[in-house]
Write a protein that binds this ligand. Structure first.
Ligand code: DGL
Length: 247
């Protein structure tokens, strides 16, 4: 079984592709909605939540985890977890950018992802120097509570109007943002990159290929899953082990 982990809804958009890339593997999705949004928390808080949630995966003997959360990928030290195979979504997203090296790239992400500057670093390694990060501190929270489109559009467009930069491409550096991709597309009208179509092949297994979901089980969430996840899913209880820091 492999794990897929986000703070809530965002990572569900990756699930279809993950299933396609790992068809004979059971998948355990954790949407940690009790702690969402992650993006405005401190590094120490996010790291503590991550360690706590590893105990949940540990309980199911899950050691390969796709971190479908840019905020997590920006915050944890991957080398601190030698016993886990952690898929780094930021590295993979940056690897997929194929633009002329002088392209102006605008990265939208949570406050904590922007503070960490990982997209800038990854892209600089590929030779891109013209990368600008902009935080959208409220967007993940709005999406998580199913805010009306109009509220989200007002928030985004008033922020976009303040950006004094004409990008050649935009990266949606938070897995929640593709849920409102149409708003980004209508404003910027340049190529948009996100993490919904990465190569997620990490597992070699002959399991049944079921999807288990640990998150709030209510009608809006079930409706969201029916819309974005084309496979059958099964809800399971989300309980953390009491011990911290299993690595
Ligand atoms: N979806 C997550 C990300 O990619 C986190 C959003 C949040 O919880 O703030 O960054």
């Amino acid at each position: 079984m492999i794990g897929v982990y986000d703070s809530g809804l965002g990572g569900l958009l990756e699930l279809n592709k993950i299933k396609l890339d790992n068809p004979h593997t059971d998948i355990l999705y954790l949407g940690d909605q009790d702690h969402a949004p992650y993006g405005n928390k401190t590094k120490a808080e996010i790291r503590q939540i991550f360690d706590q949630n590893l105990t949940f995966f540990h309980k199911y003997q899950v050691r390969q985890i796709i971190l479908a959360c840019n905020t997590l990928c920006s915050t944890i030290d991957f080398e601190n977890y030698p016993n886990y195979n952690l898929f780094d979504l930021i590295k993979a997203t940056a690897a997929g950018i194929d633009l002329p090296l002088n392209a102006g790239i605008l990265v939208f992400a949570t406050q904590s992802t922007i503070n960490a500057g990982r997209y800038e670093q990854e892209l600089a390694q590929k030779g891109y120097q013209n990368v600008k990060g902009v935080a959208l501190p409220r967007l993940a929270e709005m999406i998580e509570r199913f805010a009306e489109k109009e509220e989200i559009e007002n928030y985004l467009f008033s922020l976009f109007r303040k950006i004094d930069y004409q990008p050649d491409a935009v990266i949606l550096g938070c897995t929640h943002y593709p849920i409102v991709k149409d708003l980004f597309a209508s404003y910027f009208q340049v190529p948009l990159y996100d993490s919904t179509d990465l190569d997620f092949r990490i597992a070699k297994s002959q399991e049944v290929g079921k999807i288990f979901i640990a998150m709030h089980n209510n009608e809006p969430i079930r409706r969201f899953i029916r819309r974005y996840v084309k496979e059958e899913v099964e809800f399971i209880a989300y309980e953390q082990e009491s011990s911290f820091g299993i690595r």
